[in-house]
Design a binder for this molecule. Sequence first.
Ligand SMILES: NC(=O)c1ccc[n+]([C@@H]2O[C@H](COP(=O)([O-])OP(=O)(O)OC[C@H]3O[C@@H](n4cnc5c(N)ncnc54)[C@H](O)[C@@H]3O)[C@@H](O)[C@H]2O)c1
Length: 364
Amino acid sequence: MFTARSAFSTIGRRAFSVSAHQSSKVTILGAAGGIGQPLSLLLKLNPRVTDLALYDIRGGPGVAADVSHVNTKSKVTGYDPAPEKLKAALEGAEIVLIPAGVPRKPGMSRDDLFKTNASIVRDLAKAAADYAPNAKLLIISNPVNSTVPITAEVFKAKGVYNPKRLFGVTTLDVVRASKFISEIQGTDPAGEEVTVVGGHSGVTIVPLLSQSNHPSIDGATRDALVKRIQFGGDEVVQAKSSAGSGGSATLSMAFAGSRMADSLLRASHGETGVFEPAFVQSPLYKDYGCEFFSSRIELGPEGVKEIHPVGKVNKYEEGLIAIALNDLAANIKKARHCDTPPIYAITDPRIGSGVCQGKPISRR
Ligand SMILES: NC(=O)c1ccc[n+]([C@@H]2O[C@H](COP(=O)([O-])OP(=O)(O)OC[C@H]3O[C@@H](n4cnc5c(N)ncnc54)[C@H](O)[C@@H]3O)[C@@H](O)[C@H]2O)c1
């Protein structure tokens, strides 16, 4: 279990055990945003990262200059928005994290971001497929349920798709589940592990409390806890809306993204028994139209080592999974039918421009 409290002490201890021969370049696309900046800082503190490449359409070099003064060994480089800079940011990367895109505003679901973020992620995925085809790709931009299948289609079209290396980052859901259940039980979140399966949006997020330390949580307490885990992101969106500029979870998300990247680095550097949930290409519910599904994943040097089944669930959780599969299948289908390039048009004043043409992605 990786918690906020243990993160820095663990990283500090590991500083002595990381071999000088291991070099790991990590690239963040969208590094100057609300998530990108704290994520850059957390990765600068990670001794497994030797090169940190920070790219954004605005502000990448500024964030890099700032973060580069932190006195850890890694080299930090910022990149301006130009095709050759994007290429340089990506080349040689072992891990590429993508938090580029727009965040939610109050009243929006993650799916409402599709129009704008689908094309941003698609274009960045094309560059990643060209310049870092072997990197592990961590998609943070929402709606993850759709941006991950879009990325898979781009990689397939380029002939470089390896499902073991594509991850939708759902780590924040298990981080929240662990914290929220500990608040109810009065326990230390460090000892609370809750498996969360499904996708990363509202009812597609399914916490399996029956597999937690507290399987007897029931009734109204259980219903409220499940709802809080599913819609925890809304608490942050609402709270931030009063500040004017708004936005969604950034600091807790940066923590979760940094944990996921660290887990992949540990696994690629030979550590065994590294588990994380993630939204990956999965056989578990393929028959239900869900070719992508989040469950407990064992990580290895190649990325996904083993996808664990959902395991024993109770009737209530069976019902939650059924509801999740319905939404998830629609989210994945929508992604499959998003063509390139999009026709831009103002379609939603809350998020600006961008619209999907609704044709299958062409294989070029
Ligand atoms: N997976 C999760 O659990 C999770 C949690 C919270 C937020 N998110 C999502 O993460 C995304 C980013 O959120 P944020 O709060 O950091 O938003 P933000 O607006 O603060 O930052 C986004 C950054 O992306 C940059 N950007 C936009 N288009 C780009 C492009 N084509 N290339 C490079 N950079 C580009 C912007 O300049 C900006 O700096 C949103 O889609 C949000 O919904 C995901």
